[in-house]
Design a protein around this ligand. Sequence first.
Ligand SMILES: [Zn+2]
Length: 239
Amino acid sequence: MTAADPVFRRLRLSGLAATVAVLAVACGTPTSAPPAGTATTATAEAERTSTTAPVDLQAMRVDEQTAVKAVDTFWRTHFAEEFGKEYQSPRVEGGYVGANGPQCGGEPSVPFNAFYCGPGDFLAWDEQLMEAGYSQIGDAWIYLIIAHEWGHAIQARLNRDQVSVQAELQADCLAGAALQGAANDGVIKIEPGDSEELAQTLAAVADDYPWTNESDHGNAQERTSAFSTGVQGGVSACA
Ligand SMILES: [Zn+2]
C-alpha cells in the first residue's frame, strides 16, 4: 500500500484484520467495558507487559492523528449523502493512561480501553492499549480502533431504527466502510487481495487472544464478516 499523501502513512489491511479480533477487549462503553482488576484486564495487562518490542511513540502519535483525520474526513464528505443530515464531528479527547482519562457520564475511564462517550460526544483511548497493538500487530491497529469507535459516534447521530441491535458488529461494518471509503477517496491506499488475508489473519489471531469477549462483540468470523461487509458494500450496507 502506498499513501496518496506523504502525510498519510502506509496502512496494512492484513494487520487491520488481526486487529478486529483483539478489538473486542478494546472497545466498549464505560458501562460494558470490563472493570479494572478483572481476570480479563489482568490477562490483557500480562500480554502487554510481555511485549519487548520498543514502540516508536512519536510515529504512533502520527498514526493516531492520521487515522482521526482520515476517518473524520470520510464522514465529513459522505455522511450527508448517506443519511440526509448534516455531519458534526465528535470531539477527540485522544490518549489517556489508566484511570486518568476523561470521565463519561460520571464514570472514570477504564484502563486498557478505548471508547466513545455518548453523553460527552467524544472518543478517547488508553495509550497503553494503542502501544500494545502497535508493537504486536502494527499501525493498522490504530486505524481500526479509531474507525470502530468513530462508528459508535456515527450510530449516535442516526435515528434509532438505523442502529443495529448488534451495535458492535455495525461499528465494525462502519469502520470497514470508512477505511475503504478513505482509500477510495485517495486519502489512504489499500492493496487488492487484502480481504482474503483479513479472514485468515483474524482466525489465527482469535485463537491467540482468549480474552476476546464474543458475547459482547461477536466472534472472530462475525466481526470479519461485518468489517468486510462495510469494505465491500459501503455505508449503506451497514445501515
Ligand atoms: Zn464498539
